[in-house]
Design a protein around this ligand. Structure first.
Ligand code: UD1
Ligand code: CA
Length: 454
């Protein structure tokens, strides 16, 4: 069996610069969902591209064949453009690049049916509550297939038929090759319709599928949202069946390539995006976005935004923390509220619990970063590194002007502005000495005639 995926159309109704089949559904291009399903079926796969072919080809895996349909003159014309892919001694399954919900089990059923009934073509139909836009299946009184009529060519009576052509078929290769040259663009759209190939076949079978949702094609962004919702639910259900607790599936968004370990709890408004991997027994959310991160076991991330970070076991992040690209948090690190970390490695058991910016820093183990600590990593031209060795203590509201090194066990007095390296086990104070002037306030008030009443 061979599979051909039609994806040459422009997708005008998407009103987008991005080609339709590249629009992501749960983080994966629509076309890739279809390709994945086609591959599970086995056999050679070919995609027919036209509009934005160059751009789409970038995401098509190398083992998938590509054919180009120069002008889009209809579904049969698309198949003709890939005629050399059709094997006369083999069956051909037709799929569409904009139908990402189709399931491999369904396709297998169709294929089995096609083989058992020895059909020239097996049409896949379904009953739609609202069949608008689809081709309708016309049958005679005995239920035998007559033909498919497109919406634009249908009479009012025909339009009331709810059994629609999903557009998915299995053809006997030789029969299709015979029919293709006979198809004429004799219809209101002046297109070469693949549905006409069906009429030219001797033995036509119809396989009706109950679950109509699998065949919803994405033509506009309303349908994109519909499809996204269903796919999202499927991904979450798979996670839940693998032991992940999802408190509110309605407000939890997990991309297709994300992995989550058992006994991890996802609180509402959690977004797990891209290539993200979360370990076991973690607590994530509420209100958290994690994108392209690797997260260990027993990690807590609350109300935070994390992108491109590696987080080891037993770390706690947030609430209201921001981890940026290149952040590495070793085990048992604590990153608290309003702490931003960028391109920094933070050693085990180190804490930065409140209001800090750590950028381009290498920080050892058991370090305490006081509230308001800032690594001043940017000198206006380039980024400079900060090194803080194990067991150092950075007092609150310190500015560490990079490049700078804080030695092992050193203490930085609160409010210091550090622009020289601090040797190990030393105390560095870099702030003005305090002066107290006794009675100064009273004196001032007396001078201005505004003395205390007592
Ligand atoms: C087609 C069927 C219709 C069916 C519906 C299901 C025909 C004539 N009609 O109609 O019976 O109910 O699908 O969705 O086949 N494409 C190309 N090249 C072309 C034209 C289309 O690659 O020249 C691709 C498009 O990218 C799209 C798919 O084929 O993915 C369907 O084409 P479209 O024009 O949307 O067909 P429908 O009018 O939806
Ligand atoms: Ca369509």
């Amino acid at each position: 069996m061979r599979t051909m995926i039609l994806a040459a159309g422009k997708g005008v109704r998407m009103k987008s610069k991005l080609p339709k089949v590249l629009h992501p559904v749960c983080g994966r291009a629509m076309l890739l969902w279809v390709l994945e399903t086609a591959k599970k079926l086995g056999g050679h796969v070919c995609v027919v591209l036209g509009h934005a072919a160059e751009q789409i080809m970038q995401v098509v895996p190398p083992d998938v064949e590509v054919r180009i349909q120069g002008e889009q003159l209809g579904t049969a014309h698309a198949v003709m453009s890939a005629q050399d892919f059709i094997d006369p001694n083999d069956d051909l399954m037709i799929l569409y690049g904009d139908m990402p919900l189709i399931k491999v089990e369904t396709l297998k059923e169709v294929l089995d049916r096609h083989k058992t009934d020895e059909n020239d073509v097996t049409i896949v139909s379904t009953l739609m509550t609202d069949p608008t836009g689809y081709g309708r299946i016309l049958r005679d009184q005995t239920g035998k297939f007559v033909r498919i009529v497109e919406e634009s060519d249908a009479s009012d009576e025909e339009k009331s038929i709810r059994e629609v052509n999903t557009g998915i078929y299995v053809f006997r290769g030789s029969s299709l090759l015979e029919a293709l040259p006979k198809i004429r663009p004799d219809n209101s759209k002046k297109e070469y319709y693949l549905t006409d190939a069906v009429t030219l076949m001797n033995k036509v079978g119809i396989h009706q599928v109950r679950d109509w949702k699998q065949f919803v094609g994405v033509n506009d962004k309303v349908q994109l949202a519909f499809v996204q919702k269903i796919k999202q639910r499927e991904i979450l259900e798979e996670l839940m069946l693998n032991g992940v607790t999802v408190l509110d599936p309605e407000t939890t968004y997990v991309d297709a390539d994300v992995e989550v370990g058992p006994d991890t709890t996802l609180y509402p408004m959690t977004f797990l995006i891209g290539k993200t991997k979360i370990g076991e027994q973690c607590v994530i959310g509420p209100m958290t976005r994690i994108e392209n991160c690797t997260v260990g076991n027993r990690v807590r991330i609350i109300s935070s935004d994390c992108v491109g970070a590696t987080i080891e076991d037993d770390v706690s992040v947030g609430p209201y923390a921001r981890l940026r690209e290149g952040t590495v948090l070793k085990s048992n690190v604590k990153i608290g509220n309003f702490v931003e970390v960028k391109n920094s490695k933070i050693g085990s058991h180190t804490k930065a619990q409140h209001l800090a910016y750590l950028g381009d820093a290498t920080i050892g183990e058991n370090v305490n970063i006081g509230a308001g600590t800032i690594t001043c990593n940017f000198d206006g031209k380039k980024k400079n590194p900060t090194f803080i060795d194990d067991e150092a203590f950075i007092g609150s509201n310190s500015s560490l002007i990079a490049p700078v090194k804080i030695g092992r066990g050193a203490i930085i007095a609160a409010g210091s502005v550090i622009n020289q390296d601090v040797p190990e086990w030393s105390l560095a104070i870099a702030r003005c000495r305090q002066t107290n002037k006794p009675g100064w306030v009273i004196k001032k008030r007396e001078e201005s005639g505004n003395a205390f009443s007592t």
